[in-house]
Write a protein that binds this ligand. Structure first.
Ligand code: DLL
Length: 428
């Protein structure tokens, strides 16, 4: 069901024309109201009037995370502080957080993006949305909350944690939609099994899971364990949080809210734009922000774009599931790969849980990867897991191309996360 058919099914020409107008206005706003952008333009002898369409974007240099850090706390603020309605910040665990600011109008626009996203995912009036993202500076819970409420889905703002209570609330108030990270969905599913609950004791039919990658294998686990459809949603603090893109039930890529966010794909090494369909780094320019516009923000996320009408009828451009972040890419023996590629291989084995850590270690002068992964409760090997270990190592070698050591560890070895999981332990 469309929430805004005019936008969601707009022809490419019309969308390009509309984006041109919004872009010109956004650039002028940033130039006139923010010192960082004014100085950037002046240094490049560029005037806001030079940017009339996406084709002119390459003339603006990228905005990077370090620009926000170097100009902390109000780096990209483009309104006086008394115009602000809300502050959120990145979930980063070290150093200063990255703040994002919203005016009242930004909050309304964010709500609209999230309402559209929830609607694309399949949330309807009369649904009951259990928001199990953490309510904190992190944008996840508040964004999903805004969107679900606007649609008319009753919100249960339970936050993350207290998993047994989560399940009780879900059961008693007949939650139909679960909103959280994929990692926390697995934790909920584990508790559900531990308590011996039956799928038909819940009314859940849909989950919207974001803030970290969800491989197809992880999606399959969540769907079968909870008996729901799992939809992925994407966003980042610097752009306001979730609300940037979402999958529709076709699960053929994430539809981008193109009237709010203009995407590009660039070669992460050279910064040059890449053609549609090629994998590269996702870069976004906001089109309608008041408090904190960002022009050509480098997300570090690797994916590709796909144009064309989706089977759901939407023409909004799609990006493929995020493969990984340039800063999470593992480079060993000249081979580059992302943790998500490894997860897909690991979770193909029914004997293990989606609970693992990829350890990067040094053996002599060489880098070495050793994955610790929990066995399932139901898998009780007589050989201490040796046979499974060698099968998994052989598959890894086949697909990734070099030896990766696998250690099968006991169930519940790793602490469970209520937010994003940390899969890599760099011990080099
Ligand atoms: O994670 C915003 C969010 C909240 C999105 C809830 C969706 C749902 P940050 O904490 O700033 O913001 O982290 C942003 O998380 O650059 C990606 O690397 C990663 N990420 C977010 N969504 C996805 C996804 C929120 N669906 C960073 N798939 C981004 C893969 C994701 N990675």
């Amino acid at each position: 069901m469309f929430r805004d058919e005019k936008i969601e099914a707009m022809s490419r020409d019309e969308m390009t024309g509309m984006q041109g107008g919004l872009l010109a206005r956004q650039v002028k706003w940033a130039y006139e109201n923010n010192r960082f952008y004014r100085e950037k333009f002046d240094r490049a002898h560029l005037s806001p009037g030079d940017i009339k369409s996406a084709e002119d974007l390459h003339r603006i240099s990228f905005t990077e995370k370090t620009d926000l850090r170097d100009n902390y706390p109000y780096a990209l603020l483009s309104v006086p502080t008394w115009e602000l309605a809300r502050l959120h910040a990145s979930s980063g665990t070290t150093g200063k957080p990255t703040p994002v600011f919203h005016t009242r109008k930004d909050l309304d626009n964010w709500g609209e993006c999230m309402a559209r996203n929830c609607s694309i995912a399949g949330v309807r009036k009369g649904d009951v949305s259990q928001i199990s993202f953490k309510y904190t500076l992190f944008t996840g819970a508040f964004g999903h909350h805004l969107g679900a409420e606007l649609i008319g889905s009753m919100v249960i703002p339970i936050s993350s944690g207290q998993t047994e209570k989560q399940l009780m609330m879900m059961q008693d108030f007949k939650a139909t939609v679960l909103h959280c990270t994929p990692s926390y969905a697995i934790v909920i599913a584990e508790k559900f099994a531990e308590l011996g609950m039956k799928k038909d004791s819940l009314s859940l039919r849909l989950g919207i899971f974001g803030a970290e990658p969800m491989t197809e294998e992880l999606r399959g686990e969540i769907e079968s364990r909870l008996g729901i459809t799992a939809i992925g949603d994407y966003g980042l603090t610097e752009l306001g949080g979730p609300g940037v893109s979402i999958e529709c039930p076709e699960k053929k890529g994430y539809h981008i809210n193109e009237d709010f966010f203009l995407p590009e794909i660039i070669d992460p090494k050279t910064g040059s734009p890449l053609p549609t369909g090629e994998d590269g780094e996702l870069v976004f320019t906001t089109l309608q922000k008041e408090a904190m516009p960002v022009l050509r923000y480098r997300t570090r996320d690797i994916t590709c774009l796909e144009k064309g009408t989706c089977a759901c009828g939407r023409t909004l451009i799609r990006h493929a599931p995020i493969k990984g972040r340039t800063d999470d890419m593992i480079i060993i023996g000249g081979v580059n790969f992302f943790p998500s590629q490894m997860e897909s291989i690991l979770l193909d084995f029914r004997e293990v849980e989606p609970q693992y850590v990829i350890n990067l270690v040094k053996k002599g002068r060489l880098d070495h990867i050793c994955v610790d992964i929990e066995r399932c409760q139901a898998f009780q090997p007589v050989d201490g897991g040796k046979e499974l270990k060698s099968r998994m190592e052989a598959r890894m070698k086949d697909i990734i191309g070099f030896r990766i050591e696998i250690n099968i560890v006991e169930p519940m070895t790793f602490p469970r996360t209520e937010g994003k999981s940390k899969r890599i332990a760099d011990k080099r």
